[in-house]
Design a protein around this ligand. Structure first.
Ligand SMILES: O=C(O)c1ccccc1NCC(=O)[C@H](O)[C@H](O)COP(=O)(O)O
Length: 253
């Protein structure tokens, strides 16, 4: 699946590259970045709540999808930050969703996409993102370093995601962002929350536990094992009262 997504991204980048100069100018005009790193290091439990309509593993998750209403509920419920999927083909996301969410909330907003080219970093800043995701599995080490350095120069924070410990060698040398561990194997879609625990313990780093959180029991299990930062999509999007669900996840009700 990742290979298929990345092949599509190459085409998407080629189709959009004519906008690069505009994006560069818009990125240079930004002076309003909100820090994802600071937000996720605040509080006992920090939740990066994801605005997610569909996914390759689950298909359509939310038929009645209103990204701004979802993001506002997340903010009311005490999310530390918001993740917005901008990939159109595989997640039914979009850049306008991110721009609308960024205007509607006061939290940092992560652009969740498959970033493999510098033009996408400029584009992220141009559409209003405060941070980007870099996926270790999708990048060679020099590419990861280049994209991280560019993001930092522009003012964007970076969530760097790994799934296996062997991908940690791709972590940029001067890394000051957030280390994420995707519990979902992107080849099989199998989810194992212990993936986060294993990598957190092996590295001695605080990690963002990504994917597969299915309720308060999972949060309690993870916090008992030393993890306090989470990226949660499907579970939250499917809740009838998303603000209440967030409070419950954080043990506030
Ligand atoms: O979610 C998928 O099916 C997926 C497939 C291929 C690549 C990435 C994928 N998900 C991206 C994510 O990282 C999740 O949206 C995020 O961690 C939230 O996961 P969840 O809480 O399980 O919705």
């Amino acid at each position: 699946m990742l290979t298929t997504i990345l092949q599509h991204k190459q085409q998407e980048i080629a189709d959009r590259i004519h906008q690069l100069d505009t994006w560069k100018a818009q990125a240079a005009d930004r002076s309003d970045f909100r820090s994802l790193v600071t937000a996720m290091h605040s509080g006992d439990i920090a939740i990066l709540a994801e605005v997610k309509k569909a996914s390759p593993s689950k298909g359509l998750i939310c038929a009645d999808f209103d990204p701004v209403a979802i993001a506002r509920a997340y903010e009311q419920g005490g999310a530390a930050a918001i993740s917005v999927l901008t990939d159109e083909r595989f997640f039914q996301g979009s850049s306008p969703y991110l721009s609308a969410v960024r205007q509607a909330v006061s939290l940092p907003v992560l652009r969740k996409d498959f970033i493999i080219h510098p033009s996408q970093v400029y584009e992220a800043a141009a559409i209003g993102a405060d941070a980007i995701l870099l996926i270790g599995e999708a990048l060679e080490a020099p590419q990861a370093q280049e994209l991280y350095d560019l993001a930092s120069e522009i003012g964007l924070d970076v969530l760097f995601e790994v799934h296996h410990q062997d991908q940690l060698v791709k972590l940029p040398t001067n890394f000051g962002g957030l280390l994420g561990v995707n519990n979902r194997d992107l080849s099989t879609f199998h989810v194992d929350l212990q993936t986060s625990v294993t990598i957190a313990h092996a590295t001695g780093r605080a990690v963002v536990c990504e994917s597969g959180i299915g309720g308060r029991d999972d949060i309690e299990s993870m916090t008992r094992q030393g993890i306090r930062m989470f990226l949660i999509g499907e579970y939250l999007v499917k809740q009838p009262d998303r603000a209440a669900a967030l409070r419950q996840l954080m043990g506030q009700s």
